[in-house]
Design a protein around this ligand. Sequence first.
Ligand code: ASP
Ligand code: MG
Length: 410
Amino acid sequence: MALIVQKYGGTSVGSIERIRNVAERVAKFKALGHQVVVVVSAMSGETNRLIALAKDIQKVPDPRELDVLVSTGEQVTIALLAMALKDLGLRARSYTGGQVRILTDDAHTKARILSIDEENLRRDLDSGHVVVVAGFQGVDAAGNITTLGRGGSDTTGVALAAALKADECQIYTDVDGVYTTDPRIVPEARRLKTITFEEMLEMASLGSKVLQIRSVEFAGKYKVKLRVLSSFEDEGEGTLITFEEDSMEQPVISGIAFNRDEAKLTIVGVPDKPGIAAHILGPVAEANIDVDMIVQNVGVDGTTDFSFTVNRNELKKALDVLNMVKTAIGAREVLGDDKIAKVSIVGVGMRSHAGIASKMFKALAEENINIQMISTSEIKISVVLDDKYMELAVRALHQAFELDKSPESA
Ligand code: ASP
Ligand code: MG
């Protein structure tokens, strides 16, 4: 007998019929003798619908009230799923985040989980109930409803698995696992049987939307055994997130991530002297703008160029800050570009293989794609390029690193 936490995303509970399918899947696990905790998202589209309602009233909705509003989406699905389970003759009980007592900080719309009271859940499980918990929500110390940020139900699932010391946390979604890249862009993309936790963390932070990044961090911290699976298929083992590298089967590159979420700023003709980077980025940080990639050119004629990327939503704000900096430090010009994309290759195999970067740059050069910025870490290489070449770049890299071939047959 195992204790399993299953999380079902919005499309998996998107209709009454699908909720019944989820109930049937849960029933199968119960019939095998397992204890099951189910975490559900709101029905697909519901969270967006609620946010739109709020924005019709207040341009920037009050965060506390927004959390009261959007948390209702998950409250609907827990009740419906508990009913569907009862309809199959199972014992089931639904819980909102506050009822469990998933205690969070008070950062509305992006709260962090502080602790989970598992006593009630444990008691229900021991008496044979399926426990159904609303994802994405918690309660702060003062009793206010909080939410964990978009995609936060993944984090609820993993956090419950950690608190209950579950044997496995299964994330059911509309794809059957984690792919080498998005199959909508590269049809040859392949499902990975395993991916290391570090790689998954990079993939999630670089734009892969399969798991909320915080859920991956949580899984890493508490060593939760995490698996991504399809709720629309009966067979299939999905993708297991592992903590050890299996060097026999380890491909050099596991996946390619991409995003169009960033914009690039360049400040031209900056006096090349000590302290200049701090002069430029200090005010940006003070304006609470997150900076991702940074490039400073080698100075010529006593001046240099300095570029960095920020979230696209913050381009305007960052331009305003930089224009002030420009005057203060006597730079020549400030440029902004939101037509960029970031493409990254990720793989723990990079640690033990040379020549990965040059292979990446060669593949892009062969397609005549200009690289605007580069950044690397131990297990990833990211490039910024013109966003109209993003898909071409992803396809070229997928082919160059032979990601369509399984590592076992390579
Ligand atoms: N319903 C929330 C959202 O759409 C949380 C989730 O689905 O994970 O972001
Ligand atoms: Mg999700």
